[in-house]
Structures are given as structure tokens and as C-alpha cells.
Design a protein around this ligand. Sequence first.
Ligand code: RB5
Length: 152
Amino acid sequence: MRIAIGSDHAGYRLKQHILRNLGSKYDFIDMGAYSEESVDYPDYARKVAEAILDGSADRGILVCGTGIGMCIAANKFPGIYAALVYSDETAILARRHNNSNVICLGGRTMDYDAALRWVELWLNEGFEGGRHSRRVGKIMEVERELCGRGSR
Ligand code: RB5
């Protein structure tokens, strides 16, 4: 599994913490930002979303100050299902129930070591299917109607 990871300046330090601690265990593609110099989070949400949509990555991790801006921006791309995760339970359910392919984290609002645990819980959890397939299918139906496509 290839994981595209991106941040803005406010998420940079948490992105680096994730790469430092999990980089030898998982296959990450670091899409920037590469410093704490001020940048715009939608540019990095776009890079990660496009990497998933063109098949160069399977999943994505996006970090900004709160995770909120990244989540809003990433979910504009049909085929991207981005979840703001903030606990062990939401990390697990974002896969089991929502089949999310991107998680969003807050570099200014979240505990760094908890965030590492949430990343691993999320990476290793599967989609439960069943009634959740029907619900996710309804989101994809909206994508098809409004945008002409959905990826899954
Ligand atoms: C940048 O100051 C901050 O607004 C951004 O990182 C993010 O938290 C937006 O949602």
C-alpha cells in the first residue's frame, strides 16, 4: 500500500513526526510541504487527492492546523473520501463504516503520539461492507449525478 502524505506549514511538524516514526514501516510518498514556510492547504490536499485518483497512491494522509481545511478541500475531489479523525474509535470507524481513503489530522490541535496510533489503526482496518456499502454507495450516486463520476 502506497500512502501519499501532505501538509501545509501548520501540519508540517506532525507530518514529519509521522514520517520519522512510521516511515520504515509503510511506503510513504511525501508530497510536501517541506518546511514551515506559509503555504495554502488546498494545494496540498489537491496533490494528495490527485495521487490517489491517478493511481500513484492507494491512501492519503493530510495534515493542517486543525485537519478541517484539508478535509473540506480533499472532499471536493470525486473519488476522495476524507475523514477527520480525532480518537481511536473515529480512526477505526472511518475505515469500517466510511471506507475513507484519506485521513485528516490537526498539527495544532492533536497529540502527536495519539495521531501516530490513529494513523496505524486507520491503515490496518478494513471496510465492513453490508449496510455501510449501501450508504457509501449513496454518496457515490451523488458524485455520479453531480460530477459524472465516483471512483469505487
Ligand atoms: C493555517 O493557519 C490554518 O488555517 C490551516 O492550517 C488549517 O488549520 C485550516 O483548516
